[in-house]
Design a protein around this ligand. Structure first.
Ligand code: HEC
Length: 125
């Protein structure tokens, strides 16, 4: 490939990486599922609790997007791998949508962050 054709391609690829941000993050999970739950979800004052009540701040969105991005990369502790992938990916995507301020992001988050639906299948006793 000639350099003149390669350069715009490279620029386009680089821009793509910047725009998609978290979705192109390295494939190594940064947080264990337990850390994600403890830092983002545990308790009535957690970022997830605030977001679920429609009172999430930009910082909450950012933290939850950062944390939940690791979930699909973690192996399920329990339950079916396909189910885990579906639930954890939906949660991670909703987190990114919140950060991006996408329409419907809060509804997407609320349905993906269904504690009981996920715990009943994937949380070890
Ligand atoms: C996509 C699946 C999923 C969703 C949604 C989810 N959790 Fe979890 N949660 C887990 C899994 C899996 C564990 C077990 C982690 C472990 O034991 O390592 C867990 C563990 C926990 C723990 C225990 C953490 C610890 O110290 O071991 C708490 C607290 C928790 N979740 C709170 C919540 C709350 C509150 C919500 C809803 C607002 C929620 N989770 C939504 C998957 C989920």
């Amino acid at each position: 490939m000639q350099i003149r054709t390669a350069l715009p391609l490279l620029a386009a690829l680089t821009a793509g990486v910047v725009i998609t941000g978290c979705s192109s993050a390295p494939k190594t999970p940064k947080y264990t599922t337990e850390q994600v739950m403890e830092q983002g979800f545990k308790g009535k004052e957690s970022p997830a609790a605030r977001v679920g009540q429609g009172a999430g701040t930009a910082a909450d969105f950012k933290l939850l997007a950062e944390l939940t991005a690791s979930l699909p990369l973690n192996a399920p502790m329990k339950g079916d791998a396909a189910s885990w992938k579906e639930k954890s990916t939906a949660l991670a995507q909703a987190g990114q949508q919140l950060v991006a301020g996408k329409a419907g992001a809060l509804d997407a988050w609320k349905s993906a962050a269904n504690c009981k639906a996920c715990h009943s299948v994937h949380k070890p006793d």
